[in-house]
Write a protein of this length. Structure first.
Length: 147
């Protein structure tokens, strides 16, 4: 289904990382820091597999280096890009996940409830909600009329 704002017609790139808060600033991680960064695409178009591009569109930075050959492109129901950044000398990246799909768990997002898709063709059962909430669409929501 196309976007309500038709963003899908022109928005073809996204950048994700840990950056400074603005104005060209840098986030400085402690020595011996390593991050495994994973960005997923939530799109009904299964051909929307992301790609790895070592380009930045922002002036903000961090003090980590991209670990060579660390980018993994993951397709399936939740396409994603995964990469490793580190300020550890000689850091290596973990291998790319062997499965094209990582099933959701009930702790994947706060408030999940009921039986729903795990995102990989299976189902998970996440239980019920607190007494002041009901399960709607797989998530606990506050019951109308309560605060």
């Amino acid at each position: 289904m196309p976007s309500l704002l038709t963003l899908n017609t022109w928005w073809t790139a996204a950048e994700f990382n840990v950056f400074g808060p603005g104005g060209g600033t840098e986030v400085n991680f402690d020595a011996n820091s390593t991050l495994l960064v994973r960005t997923s695409v939530d799109s009904p178009i299964t051909s929307s597999v992301p790609s790895c591009v070592d380009t930045s569109f922002t002036g903000e930075t961090n003090n980590l280096d991209l670990v060579p050959s660390s980018c993994c492109v993951l397709d399936g129901l939740q396409p994603a890009v995964q990469f490793t950044e580190s300020n550890v000398a000689g850091a290596t990246a973990p291998g790319c996940p062997s499965s094209n799909c990582t099933p959701k768990t009930c702790s994947f997002e706060a408030g999940m409830c009921g039986t729903q898709s795990d995102g990989c063709g299976g189902e998970i059962t996440c239980g019920g909600c607190p007494t002041d909430e009901t399960c709607e669409g797989g998530f606990c929501v506050v019951t109308s009329g309560t605060v």
